[in-house]
Design a protein around this ligand. Structure first.
Ligand SMILES: [Fe+2]
Length: 275
């Protein structure tokens, strides 16, 4: 971590609180006569939870206080584009509406949310918001911004898993988390091939709800830090997703392979590099 965070960081608890309050008053605008809708409420709660996850991950990486606050700020704001997306298009599916990472960056400017941060810090937050939702990391970049992005991407995945599992386990009204996919038995062969090859299941191989659940399990292959894998295990996400799958015979082999990968990561001697 020596060469990291050489820029001048000034974020502190006061700036963090001010930006969090700005974020909350921005989201207030999406409340109708009967208050905020389920989708908006879910995203506000998600933003706060991603912030908690990210700061927990950040703490284990031994970054300084200022960077930790910047990680928290980037995490709270990562989905800022979701509110406008949901209000305007009634969906969280980027492919049929807008890329919520890209519009998030525009909103940060329009709403002047980042005032109080210096130019270097602003660049890191914008970078994180833009790239948090892309299929993979932008590997052409390095340095401080990549580190913050990696933390937020991990924190985001952990909380998406909370949201979807709460839905599967309680059958709450948030059916949009199923992305309109049919709940049929079995898993698509190509999705199985992806996960068994140590890859994240490709979105184009997701044809039914079980495939989507397999994609969530396969996220372990895109977790940047071993602490994230630890939290994934601590929250029992693997077993809980498995329990929610519909009539899948071949699942044991997949689960055992993923368990093996999780244990390998947890037993690594040192944390993975930040950049
Ligand atoms: Fe998110």
């Amino acid at each position: 971590m020596d060469e990291l965070f050489v820029g001048v960081f000034m974020a502190d608890r006061r700036v963090f609180k001010r930006i969090r309050d700005k974020f909350l008053s921005y989201t207030d605008r999406f409340a109708g006569d009967t208050g905020v809708s389920g989708g908006i409420k879910l995203k506000i709660k998600h933003s706060m939870a991603v912030c908690n996850n990210a700061m927990r991950i950040g703490r284990t990486l031994n970054v300084c206080e200022e960077v930790l606050w910047l990680i928290g700020i980037s995490a709270i704001l990562h989905d800022i584009g979701r509110f406008m997306q949901f209000e305007k298009y009634g969906t969280f599916i980027d492919e049929i509406s807008v890329d919520h990472g890209d519009i998030g960056v525009v909103l940060l400017e329009e709403e002047n949310i980042l005032s109080g941060l210096n130019a270097y810090e602003k660049e890191i937050v914008r970078f994180t918001v833009k790239h948090h939702n892309k299929p993979g990391l932008p590997l052409q970049y390095h340095g401080d911004k990549m580190c913050v992005l990696k933390v937020v991407r991990d924190a985001d995945k952990l909380d998406i898993l909370r949201v979807v599992l709460e839905h599967y386990e309680s059958r709450d009204e948030n059916t949009f988390v199923e992305l309109g996919l049919p709940n049929k038995p079995g898993i698509s062969e190509k999705a199985v091939k992806d996960i068994l090859s140590g890859r994240v299941v490709s979105a184009k191989h997701v044809k039914k709800l079980n495939d989507l659940k397999l994609l969530y399990i396969s996220w372990v292959h895109d977790m940047n830090f071993n602490i994230t894998i630890n939290i994934f295990k601590e929250r029992n996400y693997l077993e809980r997703i498995k329990a929610s799958l519909q009539e899948v015979e071949s699942i044991e082999g997949i689960i055992n392979k993923v368990k093996g990968y999780i244990n390998e990561r947890i037993n690594e001697h040192s944390e993975r590099r930040c950049t």
